[in-house]
Design a protein around this ligand. Structure first.
Ligand SMILES: [Zn+2]
Length: 316
């Protein structure tokens, strides 16, 4: 298929609504309870009937972010379970036949028109809004596909709307993905006159923090002006290198060379009060917790680059 034919066939899929996907069960308390347990949401308006009655809702409501759960097909859908057919299925079929066999979700946006309550019977209708021309991305060349999903109640009224963007892309050659060549190196940090002191510090085995000379407030990331007093005069202090995990995320997918997965990315709160983003090494990502005491570990990641990574503290 020529690119022009593919484009025409993709365009033919845009706009029309597919078959409705009907929720297997009405909105119900047990599913709400399990969801709240899973995400540790303790808001009693979702689970405590007496509390909910006194609230503005007048009764139990479902967490709005549960939206997608109601029309999911389940872990082991039977043959006759509702399937996602229609335009999106056709777009994916066309793109896969053209070699764009990998997929990654890139954006999701939800709008809620009203709260859902136990007993609401939902169905979802989707349409493909757009398919981009071929784009070059870090993952490979591919097409962005925008889908819009309208969630409706038994009367047909729209209760929420979701837009979802995926990238269908051509996977890089397997060998390259599995054993990164020495050419695939970590991105170089952007260096300029504002943050040169930080990287000079790293090269010297020191973690330096910018300090305002007028009001002595510390700041990070580095910048030319103090956000507190607007002074342009600054010097630096050397951090102890000790801190704790303030927040973190574990990246699993998609694997991008040369990073190792699962990739533990953390926001580190330094003893001095500023925070910086880094990796935590020397700990099973599954054991990472908020508040974990850590210390800087200057780590050579390739022949040119040393990074201030963090590891669990060896001394209290
Ligand atoms: Zn200042």
């Amino acid at each position: 298929m020529t690119p022009e034919t593919l484009r025409k066939q993709l365009d033919a899929c845009i706009g029309s609504e597919g078959e409705p996907l009907v929720a297997r069960d009405p909105v119900n308390q047990p599913m709400i309870r399990h969801w709240c347990d899973a995400v540790e949401d303790r808001n009693p308006v979702y689970t405590d009937e007496a509390f909910a009655k006194q609230s503005v809702h007048g009764g139990i409501v479902a967490p709005p972010t549960m939206l997608q759960a109601w029309t999911m097909r389940g872990l082991a859908p039977s043959e006759d379970a509702p399937k996602r057919t229609g335009a999106l299925g056709r777009v994916i079929e066309l793109l896969e036949a053209a070699g764009y066999t990998s997929v990654v979700a890139t954006n999701c946006r939800q709008e809620y028109h009203r709260y859902l309550a136990p007993g609401d019977e939902l169905h979802m209708v989707s349409r493909v809004v757009s398919v981009s021309d071929e784009k070059k991305t870090a993952l490979g060349v591919g097409h962005f596909v925008d889908e819009e999903m309208s969630y409706r109640d038994a009367s047909g009224e729209e209760v929420a709307r979701m837009t979802f963007r995926i990238l269908k892309f051509k996977p890089p050659a397997q060998a390259a993905a599995k054993s990164p060549t020495p050419d695939v190196r970590r991105p170089r940090p952007a260096q300029n006159q504002d943050n040169a002191f930080f990287w000079e510090g790293v090269a010297a085995g020191e973690l330096r923090i910018q300090r305002c000379e007028a009001c002595e407030k510390l700041r990070h990331p580095p910048g030319p002006m103090c956000p507190s007093c607007q002074s342009l005069d600054w010097d630096t202090v050397t951090a102890s290198g000790r801190g704790e995990v303030y927040s973190y995320v574990i990246a699993h997918h998609p694997p991008v060379p040369p990073f190792e997965y699962p990739n533990a990315i953390a926001l580190i709160a330094l003893e001095e009060g500023t925070r910086l983003v880094s990796n935590v090494v020397g700990v099973d990502p599954a054991d990472l917790t908020v508040g974990l005491p850590v210390e800087v570990a200057f780590t050579r990641v390739d022949d040119e680059l040393v990074l201030p990574l963090f590891r669990p503290r060896s001394t209290p």
